[in-house]
Every structure is written in C-alpha cells, then in structure tokens.
Design a protein around this ligand. Structure first.
Ligand SMILES: NC(=O)c1ccc[n+]([C@@H]2O[C@H](COP(=O)([O-])OP(=O)(O)OC[C@H]3O[C@@H](n4cnc5c(N)ncnc54)[C@H](O)[C@@H]3O)[C@@H](O)[C@H]2O)c1
Length: 265
C-alpha cells in the first residue's frame, strides 16, 4: 500500500535501528525520504536515489539548518519529519556506577544503585541535547520550510515508554518526558497551520542496544509485555507511518504506545 505517495519526509537518526526501519517503511509507502544521521555514510547507505542520506548532528543548529537547506534543494520542501535520533546514556551520566551497584545488589550486597549523585553536568546535558533539544532544532527547521509552503505537514516524535514509567537513566526519562510535552505544546501551536504533531512511545525494541545483552536479561525485559517478546523496529515504523500520512489526519498531540500490552493507556 502506497499511502504516503507524494510526501517528502526526513528521519533523524536514520542510519540504523528504529530510524532505519522508519526510513525504509516511509519509502516503501511512497514517500521520498531524507535520512539524517551523525553517521553520514551510514545514512547514505539506507535508501537508493531519489532518496537522500545526509550527515547531520542534531546537537548543532548550523548542521541541522544546513541539512534542511539540502532537503529543500533536493525535494523543494518537506511534509513529514520524524524526530528519532536519541541516546539513552552518555559519558559522565553516572550509569557506569549504577550498573556496578546493580550487579552488586544482584550478588546480594546491601548497596544503593545510584545514578543522580554520580551524574556530572556533561552527561546530563549531552543526553538532553541529543534526545530533546535535537528534536526541537529539527522541528524548528522543518516547520520553517512547511510554513514557507503553507500546505501543512506532520511531525512524529519518537518518545519512549520510559517517559511514562521512569524505568531508565534519569536524564533519558526526563528527555523523553520532555519530548511528549513538546509534542502536546507544538500540536496546539501549529494546528492553525495544518501541521500535526504526534508521538510514538515504544517499549523495548529489538535493536543493537539489546543485541549485546545476555538472553536471560532480554527475556526478563520481554516478559514485561503480554507478547513476551521485544518489538521489531518495523512494528514501531508502522505506527509512525500511520501518524505521518493522511490515515492519521485527525490525530494531533497524541501519543501512540507500542508496548506489547505491558500496560494499557
Ligand atoms: N531500542 C529501544 O528499545 C527503544 C525503546 C524506546 C525508544 N527508543 C528510541 O528510539 C530512537 C531510536 O533508537 P534505536 O534503538 O534505534 O537507537 P540506535 O542507537 O540504534 O540508533 C540511533 C541513531 O541515532 C544517531 N544519532 C545519535 N546521536 C545523533 C546526533 N547527535 N545527531 C544525529 N544522529 C544521531 C546514531 O548515529 C544512530 O544511527 C531513540 O530516540 C530511542 O531513544 C528506543
């Protein structure tokens, strides 16, 4: 089904994982896609022409603005932005010490598993800069182009169930909760322009992050859901495709939870 035919889309963090699956899904459904990633070579490998792949660092406004200028030159404008780039942890965020304490707890030692007291400003700021501020910078650039054309558009932000459940590194949970707040505020702000803003909150997804984990740890995460497995990246991409195009035309400010029934919203 080609329900996105004629749409011009950009996917950040699209060189691998969930972003790659989203880029491929949007392209399969008929959109022309710009894959943006810190890893420019990886981005360029995801899809053949007429799709494009661009190096873009979402923490750098100049890099973001340059990428969107290139999208305008190649596609003439943009209809869909998927803010997918995000990191769960960064050097200096205290997670190294948290994991050590967690292993000690598992071995029966009476210790607290702290992150916050070990978290330096650098670690805190880096996670927020990629995961939350990056989505702001890209949305600002995309909406400038959408406003020029005046034909509306669709923004889809990748959140996380960690935004709701708080089960992750503290700066990550804060960044993702911020992404949901931004989704709602911008949905109100841009409604008059015909620009919809929605979010998808995935639970655990089978990506490189989980590939390295021991099978029993993966199974414990999987057992949190009624499906007793992780999501495939394409199961997240399907929800994004729905929100991106006209199938989702009455959805704005909403969050679609893709958590295998771990809980019901
Ligand atoms: N994997 C999961 O279980 C899961 C669950 C819920 C939400 N998410 C969210 O989904 C999104 C994708 O996750 P993933 O597991 O595919 O991650 P991933 O680490 O496999 O891929 C992330 C991509 O983002 C790119 N990236 C990182 N920093 C960037 C920057 N500064 N500028 C541009 N690109 C940058 C990386 O190069 C990489 O290609 C993230 O926002 C993540 O928080 C993931």
């Amino acid at each position: 089904m080609e329900r996105l035919t004629g749409l011009r889309a950009a996917v950040t963090g699209g060189a691998q994982g969930i972003g790659e699956a989203i880029a491929k899904r949007l392209a399969a459904e008929g959109a022309r896609v710009a894959v943006l990633d810190l890893n420019g070579e990886g981005a360029a490998r995801v899809l053949p022409a007429p799709h494009i792949g661009l190096a873009c660092d979402v923490t750098d406004s100049a890099s973001v603005d340059k990428a969107f200028a290139e999208i305008k030159a190649a596609f003439g404008g943009i209809d869909v932005l998927v803010n997918n780039a995000g990191i769960g942890t960064a050097p200096g965020d205290g997670m190294d010490k948290y994991y050590v304490a967690q292993a000690e707890q598992a071995a029966g030692k009476d210790v607290f598993a702290d992150q916050t007291i070990h978290c330096e400003d650098t670690g805190w700021l880096r996670v927020l800069d990629v995961t939350l501020n990056g989505a702001f910078r890209c949305t600002r650039a995309a909406v400038r182009l959408m406003a020029e054309e005046g034909i509306g558009g669709s923004i889809v932000n990748i959140g996380s169930t960690a935004a709701v459940k708080g089960n992750g590194p503290v700066p990550y949970c804060v960044a993702k909760a911020g992404v949901i707040g931004m989704t709602r505020a911008m949905a109100r702000e841009f409604a008059g322009r015909g620009i919809r803003v929605n979010a998808v909150n995935p639970g655990a997804v089978e990506t490189p992050i989980y590939a390295g984990l021991p099978e029993e740890v993966k199974q414990a995460v999987a057992d949190d859901s009624l499906m007793r497995r992780l999501a495939s990246p394409d199961e997240v991409a399907g929800a994004v495709a729905f929100l991106a195009g006209s199938d989702g035309s009455f959805a704005t400010g909403s969050t679609v939870t893709v958590n295998g029934g771990a809980w019901f919203d």
